[in-house]
Design a protein around this ligand. Structure first.
Ligand SMILES: O=C(NC/C=C/[C@H]1O[C@@H](n2cnc3c(NCCO)ncnc32)[C@H](O)[C@@H]1O)c1cc(-c2ccc(F)cc2)cc(O)c1O
Ligand SMILES: [Mg+2]
Length: 214
């Protein structure tokens, strides 16, 4: 059976990255996906915006929706303080072991827990099963039509507190119109728009930050 693109990305990281060096894992994936095979990692340009917001949030508990190969999990976890932790939700059983391996090569396996399953099923369990109180930072990068319903779930399960920071990828393309409708012109959110470009391409894209005001 032919290897998948995601498996080939892992092969490249495993062969070229320096063990325990998160930056070299990110550089390796960015190089592979810009020169060999495009893949839907947040990438180096939007990655700088992600870095900026994670540093601003300095989260103790962070959540990511849509692990994929683990690129943004590495990007986020490398910036976390010693006591902090990232939960990343992924439902595709083929991607979970690949992401776990890439996170391990980056030396960040103690900072990241991949929760296998659908976000809509796991979010309701975060408090009871995973001992989460509230989330300081959430990165949304899964199916675009799920950003809005899953944000509403986070609200309904009391997982957001005054100042919780949501950051959404792909506001430009593929776009997440329902999410924008939910957070903009909503007194419970303070939004900021970050124009950028699609990972590894010249096409325009953007990210949206939405701070929950309680
Ligand atoms: O579609 C994009 N991302 C989706 C990510 C999906 C990942 O997240 C996982 N996932 C999805 N829904 C859920 C879920 N819950 C919902 C389902 O139950 N629960 C748990 N995990 C979930 C998938 O298994 C994948 O691992 C995208 C496209 C382009 C793009 C741009 C230009 C182009 F031309 C083409 C494509 C650029 C980007 O940056 C993009 O992020
Ligand atoms: Mg994305």
């Amino acid at each position: 059976m032919d290897q998948s693109k995601e498996q080939r990305i892992l092969n490249s990281v495993s062969y070229n990255a320096i063990k325990g060096d998160a930056e070299s894992v990110l550089d390796c994936i960015d190089k592979y996906c810009s020169q060999k095979e495009w893949a839907m990692n947040v990438g180096d340009e939007k990655g700088l915006i992600l870095d900026k917001i994670v540093k601003e949030a300095d989260p103790t508990v962070a959540l990511e929706l849509g692990t994929y190969c683990g690129y943004s999990a590495v990007r986020i976890a490398r910036l976390l303080k010693p006591s902090a932790h990232l939960f990343s939700i992924e439902f595709n059983a083929e991607f979970v072991p690949i992401a776990k391996e890439i996170i391990e090569i980056a030396g960040l396996e103690d900072k990241v827990t991949i929760l296998e399953g659908h976000a809509q099923d796991i979010i309701p369990q975060l408090k009871t099963k995973y001992n989460v109180d509230t989330l300081d930072f959430v990165f949304l990068d899964h199916w675009k039509d799920r950003y809005a319903p899953d944000t509403i779930l986070l609200e309904q399960y009391g997982l957001l507190r005054k100042g919780s920071i949501l950051l959404a990828d792909n506001i430009g393309f593929p776009g997440a119109p329902d999410f924008l409708k939910h957070v903009r012109n909503n007194e419970h959110y303070e939004c900021t728009h970050y124009p950028s470009h699609l990972e590894y391409m010249k096409a325009p894209d953007a990210m949206e930050k939405a701070v929950y005001l309680g």
